[in-house]
Design a protein around this ligand. Structure first.
Ligand SMILES: Cc1cc2nc3c(=O)[nH]c(=O)nc-3n(C[C@H](O)[C@H](O)[C@H](O)COP(=O)(O)OP(=O)(O)OC[C@H]3O[C@@H](n4cnc5c(N)ncnc54)[C@H](O)[C@@H]3O)c2cc1C
Length: 452
């Protein structure tokens, strides 16, 4: 299952005091799980950071625990960086190896970004929203430096170019049981069955344009918006369908992509960016986006899920990268058995769960809305106080999301077309929401291979 030719690159500083790394190196100091939990019991009133520091100190005295991570996407990469920071030795398994992601990952600067992430982000800049009128939200935007993250991971992780299935997880976790009892972390992306899909067609052109988070001016049959970013090699114009239920066929996916491309061509013509006839020749490169949203996987024996696989993608934006970064340390705390108190932990889990279901309910309503309904809805949304906007766009604090929904209802009125399906067919909406959100056993690649 392991490829003999895996690349192995370990940061010289990270394991300086460790003997030659072997597969199950646990040489000078050994801590059993029960010792770790008694440590936890004694110190649970200390700050988590202090406990982490203590454990890290012991680790660097001579023990290296292997942490196996499946998937070299952003979630797996962030987890590897943070694991290495704590003195663990991350192993990343991915059939595509560790390569620089071609997608442009944007991050809202309003989010609670961990300080270690900041060096990997562009400087913050403003963007606008066009709904019925144009507004400048009170938060900024940043772009992830994919190459820098991947290079940093290369310095600290052992990379295995291989796919890992349930049997592979069992083998890896039984190896772990001998060395460290750490579960395998499954970051292999969101399940695609029953997903809502964010679908977009983006083109990079050598044309100047103002960065735009969402431009909801109508552009055609599909209720899509325009997203604009300035990149080093030009400007990215992306026609985006926020949430769409695909029938299970590749033809439907290709039909939607072709229609979005037409709408993008019409829109850029109408905005005077590039004439319809000159569109094709002006395209420097093109990307197609198909992000499964609202689903999460059942953890297989010996593993825990993280990133998009754990349901972190927010259907209001299609984003998960910032959340994976923000929660990497929380997951490591849980894996290492470090928690401040059960009560706080249970409250945090309940809050996350509430956020997950509310986000999915929102996605159901988005999928049923016409273009002008969405335009009006987002007009109201971007008039809310910034704290409410951010709570919804972050989408991981259930109480915050609920507060935003409640406040928004006051602005739109309960009869707004966006909310109508909720009153007309509540059982159908709830049924779809529940079906999508339940944990799935296996991801199936039912449509085409995910375009990147
Ligand atoms: C073009 C594009 C633009 C996007 N823009 C943004 C954005 O601006 N901001 C944002 O937050 N999000 C954005 N997204 C969404 C983005 O996909 C997800 O947020 C993010 O990639 C999820 O990261 P992940 O690491 O959880 O999963 P993925 O990125 O899906 O990575 C999963 C990895 O697991 C590997 N894998 C699969 N099966 C196995 C297996 N059996 N064994 C081992 N490895 C396996 C895959 O090869 C893959 O490398 C964008 C997506 C696309 C496609």
């Amino acid at each position: 299952m392991r490829s003999p030719g895996c690349t192995r690159s370990i940061c010289p500083g990270a394991f300086r005091r460790v003997r030659a790394p072997t597969r199950t190196s646990r040489s000078l100091v050994t801590i059993t799980k029960s010792q770790l939990s008694s440590l936890h019991a004694r110190w649970r009133y200390l700050s988590a950071e202090a406990v982490v520091g203590g454990i890290r100190g012991l680790v660097t005295l001579g023990r290296v625990d292997d942490l196996h991570i499946l998937g070299a996407g952003p979630a797996g990469a962030f987890l590897a960086l943070r694991a290495a920071h704590r003195g663990l030795r991350p192993h990343i398994h991915d059939p595509r190896g560790l390569r620089v992601w071609p997608a442009t990952y944007g991050i809202l600067d309003a989010q609670h970004l961990p300080s270690w992430l900041l060096p990997y982000l562009s400087a913050p800049y403003e963007l606008r929203v066009v709904a019925r009128e144009t507004v400048s939200p009170d938060f900024h935007y940043r772009i992830l430096d994919n190459a820098a993250v991947v290079e940093a991971v290369r310095q600290v992780a052992v990379v295995h170019t291989e796919s890992v299935d349930a049997e592979g997880i069992r083998q890896l976790s039984s190896v772990s049981a001998a060395s460290s009892a750490l579960p395998v972390v499954d970051c292999t992306g969101a399940p695609r069955d029953n997903a809502a899909f964010q679908i977009a067609v983006g083109v990079v052109m050598d044309k100047a344009a103002e960065p735009t988070f969402m431009d909801w001016s109508p552009s055609g049959e599909l209720p899509s918006f325009l997203y604009v970013q300035n990149l080093p090699d030009g400007t990215l114009f992306e026609e985006t369908l926020l949430a769409h239920r695909l029938r299970p066929s590749a033809e439907e996916y290709h039909r939607v992509v072709a229609q979005l491309r037409e709408q993008l061509r019409d829109r850029l013509d109408a905005q005077g960016v590039v004439a319809r006839d000159a569109f094709d020749s002006a395209v420097l490169r093109e990307e197609h986006v198909c992000i499964p949203m609202g689903t999460r996987a059942q953890a297989r024996d010996g593993s825990v899920c993280f990133g998009a696989r754990a349901g972190l993608i927010n259907p209001a934006t299609g984003y998960s990268v910032a959340h994976s970064a923000a929660w990497a340390d929380t997951l490591l705390d849980e894996i290492l058995g470090i928690r401040q108190s059960w009560r706080r932990w249970v409250a945090a889990q309940a809050n996350k769960e509430l956020a997950f279901w509310l986000r999915n309910l929102g996605a159901e309503l988005i999928m049923r809305a016409e273009g002008d309904t969405l335009q009006d809805f987002f007009q109201h949304f971007f008039r809310l106080e910034t704290q409410h906007q951010v709570a919804y766009l972050e989408g991981h604090n259930g109480l915050g999301v609920a507060r935003t929904m409640w406040t928004l209802r006051k602005h739109t009125g309960i009869r707004h077309a966006f909310l109508q399906p909720l009153w007309r067919s509540p059982w159908r909406i709830l049924g779809h929401t529940l079906r999508r959100g339940r944990r799935q056993c296996q991801a199936s690649r039912r449509y085409t291979e995910k375009p990147r």
